[in-house]
Write a protein that binds this ligand. Structure first.
Ligand code: ADP
Ligand code: TYD
Length: 222
């Protein structure tokens, strides 16, 4: 008798810059590995050589809003076809630091780019390419780190040299946070909201509780 291969699992992390996602992404990958799963850890924009080049353009070069949206989705398409779909087909856990919710939050709510046009691009970019033509690839779970923009700004001020997005005023991040709230309201079953205004340990406990509640992990420590 052969054991059934585990099904692929697609998990994304989202939140405004400085919300505190980074260390928890690594810890979650580690927890899945300890549970015997193969993990593909990746990020957007990026995750392939081409998409990493597009990431550099996005983070450092000025461009008009439609160009920006197209660049983000071009990078995503390559990432999906080259990395995400093959890993899911192998039954792996794919953990991505950001995915399409970031586009709705940053390009949509932050920059003011049309939400419905983003929905059209989402469907184009996330259909086919290894998927059944009638399906649109979406994460199985999106872990959203919700943190007031003022707190994120304080954390970032102490942390790193800002890129083109991180250099935006606080009002931009408040709008981005609203964009995440809107996406969450549109897909409440997919989203898990984490209250990120706590210590790292308390935030991790929330993250692991989400995975346990879905029966995907038994437990773990940072
Ligand atoms: N729970 C926390 N409390 C206080 N500071 C934190 C917390 N989590 C992360 N940080 C710090 O805040 C900054 C931004 O965190 P980071 O993980 O890089 O955020 P993100 O990846 O969401 O942009 C870093 O300097 C990090 O050390
Ligand atoms: C995925 C994605 C990211 N972004 C932005 C959000 C971030 O400011 C930036 C890069 O994200 P991130 O990798 O979180 O930056 P860092 O490594 O500096 O923490 O790209 C968009 O504007 N749209 C998108 O679709």
């Amino acid at each position: 008798m052969t054991l059934a291969a585990p099904s692929g699992l697609f998990i994304t992390f989202e939140g405004i810059d400085g919300a505190g996602k980074s260390s928890h992404i690594d810890a979650l990958a580690q927890a899945f590995r300890q549970a015997g799963r193969t993990v593909t850890l990746t990020r957007e924009p990026g995750g392939t050589p081409l998409a990493e080049k597009l990431r550099q353009l996005l983070l450092h070069d000025a461009m008009d809003p439609l160009t920006e949206a197209l660049v983000v989705f071009a990078a995503r398409r390559d990432h999906l076809v080259q990395v995400i779909e093959p890993a899911l087909a192998r039954g792996e856990v794919v953990i991505s630091d950001r995915f399409t919710d970031a586009t709705f939050a940053y390009q949509g709510a932050g920059r003011g780019f049309d939400w419905q046009k983003l929905q059209v691009l989402e469907r184009m970019a996330q259909t086919g390419g290894g998927l059944d033509a009638s399906l649109m690839r979406e994460p199985d779970l999106t872990i959203w780190f919700d943190l007031p923009a003022a707190v994120a700004a304080e954390r970032l001020a102490a942390a790193r040299v800002p890129d083109r997005f991180e250099a935006q005023p606080q009002a931009f991040f408040a709008a981005v946070a609203d964009g995440y709230a809107r996406r969450c309201a549109q897909a409440p079953g997919r989203f898990a909201r984490i209250d990120a205004h706590h210590s790292r340990e308390a935030v991790w406990q929330q993250v692991i509780a989400v995975l346990q509640a879905r029966g995907w992990l038994a437990g773990g420590a940072v």
